[in-house]
Design a binder for this molecule. Sequence first.
Ligand code: TTP
Ligand code: MG
Length: 367
Amino acid sequence: MQTRVIMLVDLDYFFAQCEELRNPAFKDKPVVVGMYSGRTEDSGAVSTANYVARKYGVKSGVPLFLAKKRLEGTEAVFLPVDYAFYEQVSDKIMPALRGFADAFEQVGIDEAYLDVTQKVQGSFEAAAVLAQKIKGDVRNQHGLTFSVGVGPNKLVAKIACDSQKPDGLTVVKPGEVAFFLSPLPVDRLIGVGRKTAAKMESLRIRTIGDLARFDVQRLVEVFGKNLGVYFHNAASGVDDEPVQEAGEAESISRIATLKENTRDLALILEKTSQLIEDVCKELAERKLGFKQVGIIAIMTDLSVHSRSQTLEKAVSDVEVLRETVRELFEKFLVESELEIRRVGVKISHFTKEEVEQKQLTSFFQST
Ligand code: TTP
Ligand code: MG
């Protein structure tokens, strides 16, 4: 199974770039988009600033009065946030990006992950070419620039993107991940904020490489099991989160790591039965029926596989779910060779009516 090719696209100085878009005369001037709190004329903070302004030390979070001071004597333009307009721009760009991906996940007004594995047939060279093409298209058709990171997973793609801005293109191939990550400061990892970084510093962990080499057991002692293991994996560039389509928000799913890597159906079903309980709890709370059942298998090489089955009619029955998950895994084990590391269960294609009907039936049965 081939490794994944994931892109993270992050539009450059987004709010300020949108302002330049509708007013090209701003382009060479410092542009500051501010969130004015309204107490005094200058109270509030910078939402974002273009790269001309950033040269003066003006960026997100800087108090507006300070930004004004730093930009004194320049032709700086200060503007209030016009979120509705930025959303309109975003709503044009995102569908354009989506067209280039096998799977697409928007993660903010100006950011999206693209899984392009199939599109580039697993080739990072082809992905670099594709990224250039997308850049050209978005520039020509929409007049905007973005930075893009390409990596074998979301974590690496994100850090790659942040490493070269604006208008950057950074490709990190699977074999280059350790080399790329290890010199970077630990706070470049999602989840390592100021406090955590300080704690790590006291353990002499400064770079991502330090963190990757640090004894996992001790990390678990200091940060707890979940975080400790997460930090260890993240520092090693390991991340198997799939790029999740927004439409799939209309689904309920749970993923968990198996106690050991395995191909043993009984062990797999033991884990999925816990997941199914969770899924059904949420299903009951939302009073839904489902018509499609899916399974997710993440293998030891971190490749992600999914299989699904559409039912003849919508149900809300836990036994049907159990049985379908069993069948799907039975089939999947025949088709796959590697051991499985994580498993997931997903239901979708919801209906409200079925449940209402069922509730009626059970009402009559119980009276
Ligand atoms: P970012 O993508 O973090 O920043 P950016 O697009 O302005 O700059 P970059 O070139 O580094 O990508 O955030 C997207 C938008 O979110 C940004 O344009 C404005 C808004 N934002 C805030 O309002 N406050 C903040 O503190 C940050 C970080 C962003
Ligand atoms: Mg941005």
